[in-house]
Design a protein around this ligand. Structure first.
Ligand code: BJ8
Length: 422
């Protein structure tokens, strides 16, 4: 890392510690977060034990793959999206440099055999099958190469989710996927088991809704960085462990709220000009896979507080529930096809969703976050900016990768944005 970046990082850290201290005057440290942050080794041991009993482990990369079907087949699942820079150079020996870092980081982690001296997380080599999906071009083509390293099953997605034929096609794809899971595990996926898993996933989604509703307070009782750490673990932890951790965290946050002096709590609808507090920021755009916290760290070290994330490590993962009264496969198809990912066209429901969130969470500004070479989210930026402008909500666009070379430049831009919002 160039010396000037090191210096700048020192500045960021100092700011960050300072802001963390400011946070802690009104915001508590949450003990339940420690158990979530330190859950890696326990989960790896759990997976290793499951494998000894013959349980199959499925790796996924995307929200379009319904967990419920994997779990109903008696398999376990883990997300494999890479958020670290270390394995990017390994991937670049096989993949072009000018594709999205999430794809390179993930591929590098899976094919890394340790001979380059880079350590990647153990769970990347613990999966029996990868279940992939046809979303963006980079992922699609990466999956073709991945098949040489690990059995890879691809769910084909219709790209025009609002057409009547799309739902039928997607339902057919999910039926085929269910059969593939039955073949992998040797277990029948029953309607009863699917209903149990749907209810369980809905319970998790409702817990996230509860956690997010607490962030509507002004000031919010929990930082965006803390919430992001939980969101990044949501498809890594077992569903039971995730629910347990979320319940503990919510209890703690609610306790903090109950202990607050009324004077500490400003109603969220107070005019921005009359507030003596940090600008409320929504981050919108590409997912932030585990290990990637660069931009939220900068935002919260520069005086903002993140109150919502419109992303796959955010509301897109839990906002809509699966209808528990319908036939389970149809209900899954209907829920998952509506995920407002930029790979879909048109994707206007994403704009509606962003505006709804901005109003609900009383955001002062949106940081539109994209990974380099993610064309879908980069191109959608224009429409989102126009829609926010009409609502009078300022937006700052940040396009970045997993490296540190642009930390200083992003810091300056975020600084100016915060000043404008204050
Ligand atoms: S549902 S956002 S998890 S595809 S950032 S790899 S889109 S070039 S991750 Fe995604 Fe599913 Fe959509 Fe969500 Fe491609 Fe963009 Fe990279 Fe991306």
């Amino acid at each position: 890392m160039p010396a000037e970046n090191l210096n700048y990082f020192a500045g960021i850290k100092k700011d960050f510690i300072y802001s963390a201290r400011m946070f802690s005057q009104k915001m508590q440290q949450f003990y339940s977060l420690d158990s979530i942050k330190n859950s890696y080794n326990a989960r790896i041991s759990q997976i290793a034990e499951e494998r000894k009993t013959g349980k199959k482990i499925v790796g996924t990369f995307c929200l379009f793959v319904p967990d419920e079907i994997i779990l109903a087949a008696g398999a376990d699942r883990m997300i494999l999206c890479g958020g670290k820079n270390d394995t990017v150079p390994i991937a670049e020996q096989y993949l072009p440099r000018n594709i999205c870092p999430l794809v390179k980081s993930s591929f590098g982690s899976i094919i890394n055999n340790g001979c380059s001296g880079v350590k990647s997380c153990s769970h990347f080599c613990m999966v029996d099958m990868v279940v992939a999906e046809n979303t963006c071009d980079s992922k699609k083509k990466m999956y073709e190469l991945l098949g040489d390293y690990v059995p890879t099953y691809v769910i084909d997605l219709p790209q025009r989710p609002d057409s009547p034929e799309a739902l039928k096609y997607f339902l057919g794809e999910l039926d085929k996927f269910k059969v593939a899971m039955e073949q992998l595990t040797g277990n029948k996926v029953t309607v009863e088991q699917l209903k149990i898993e749907i209810k369980s996933s809905n319970d998790t989604r409702k817990l996230f809704h509860r956690l997010y509703s607490l962030r509507k307070m002004d000031p919010p009782p929990i930082s965006g960085l803390d919430v992001l750490k939980v969101l990044q673990k949501q498809y890594f932890l077992s569903p039971d462990e995730l629910k347990k951790s979320l319940r503990m965290l919510i209890r703690e946050v609610e306790q903090v709220m109950a202990d607050r002096e009324p004077a500490d709590i400003e109603p969220a609808d107070i005019e921005p000009a009359n507030r003596e507090r940090r600008p409320r920021i929504m981050v919108s755009g590409c997912p932030m896979a585990g290990g990637n916290t660069k931009v939220p760290e900068i935002i919260e070290s520069k005086g903002g507080v993140i109150v919502a994330e419109e992303s796959c490590t955010g509301t897109r993962s839990f906002w809509d529930l699966v209808d528990e009264k319908k036939d389970p496969m149809l209900a899954l198809a209907e829920r998952y096809i509506k995920i407002p990912c930029s790979c879909m066209s048109p994707n206007d429901r994403r704009i509606d969703n962003i505006l709804e969130l901005a109003r609900e969470f009383k955001v002062d500004g949106v940081v539109y976050y994209t990974l380099q070479f993610c064309h879908g989210y980069n191109i959608e930026k224009y429409k989102i900016q126009q829609a926010l402008k009409k609502e009078g909500i300022p937006m700052l666009a940040i396009e970045t990768d997993y490296g540190d070379s642009d930390v200083e430049q992003i810091g300056l831009r975020v600084d100016a944005f915060m000043e404008m919002l204050s």
